[in-house]
Design a protein around this ligand. Structure first.
Ligand SMILES: [Fe+2]
Length: 196
């Protein structure tokens, strides 16, 4: 599409970052998994956190890293959302009631909605933006560790290999993100030692 002579290109890869093909419905795990969509340590909070904080990183390297990881977290939102959808889509009303998802059904039917595992809706209060790079990156490192821990809790709660595969992948990404944030933190700590 051309706008004022400029070529506008929106790039989006239509395949998931990690394939999701869950064959067995399981409302129990869907109910837990939703926390990595709309919970305090979930993927949506991570994406918003990094994509907000990126502007006040002191150099292009920091801005690029937060953009890179922030957009990848959006890809993780897609993976988690797909998993929840596949786990729920064939459930009967009776099964929904038995799983305690009747309150979700009353509001949303079988549609997705970002909440934690207790049904508490997503809020932007789950993340901060201080404008101080070291404070913000410290929060990011903690966020990655907490997300890893929640993935490990979720892995304890399922034995379905179709669920375990994507969860192991997502857990591994949190470890990599933590390492990349830690490198940036250490670099800024050294570089701006008199200012921060
Ligand atoms: Fe992450």
């Amino acid at each position: 599409m051309a706008l004022g002579g400029a070529k506008i290109m929106w790039k989006y890869v239509k395949t998931l970052e990690y394939p999701v093909n869950i064959k067995k419905k399981d409302l129990r795990i869907a109910k837990y998994l939703v926390t990595q969509y709309g919970g305090s340590n979930g993927e949506l909070a991570a994406a918003f956190r990094y994509l907000n904080q990126r502007y006040t990183m002191p150099d292009d390297k920091g801005k690029a890293l937060l953009t890179d990881i922030g957009t990848e977290e959006l890809a993780h939102v897609e993976i988690i959302s797909t998993m929840i959808y596949q786990l729920m889509k064939d459930a009967t009303l009776d099964e929904i009631k038995k799983a305690g998802l009747d309150t979700h059904y009353a509001e949303h039917g079988k549609a997705l909605y970002p909440t934690d595992a207790n049904g508490v809706p997503f809020t932007v209060a789950y993340f901060a933006t201080t404008g101080d790079p070291l404070a913000d990156i410290s929060e990011d490192m903690a966020a990655e560790q907490k997300a890893r821990a929640v993935y490990e809790n979720l892995l304890d709660l399922t034995d379905d290999p179709d669920v375990i595969g994507p969860l192991l992948f997502l857990r591994q990404r949190e470890i990599i993100h933590f390492t990349r944030f830690k490198e940036l933190y250490d670099e800024y700590k050294k570089k701006y030692k008199n200012k921060m």
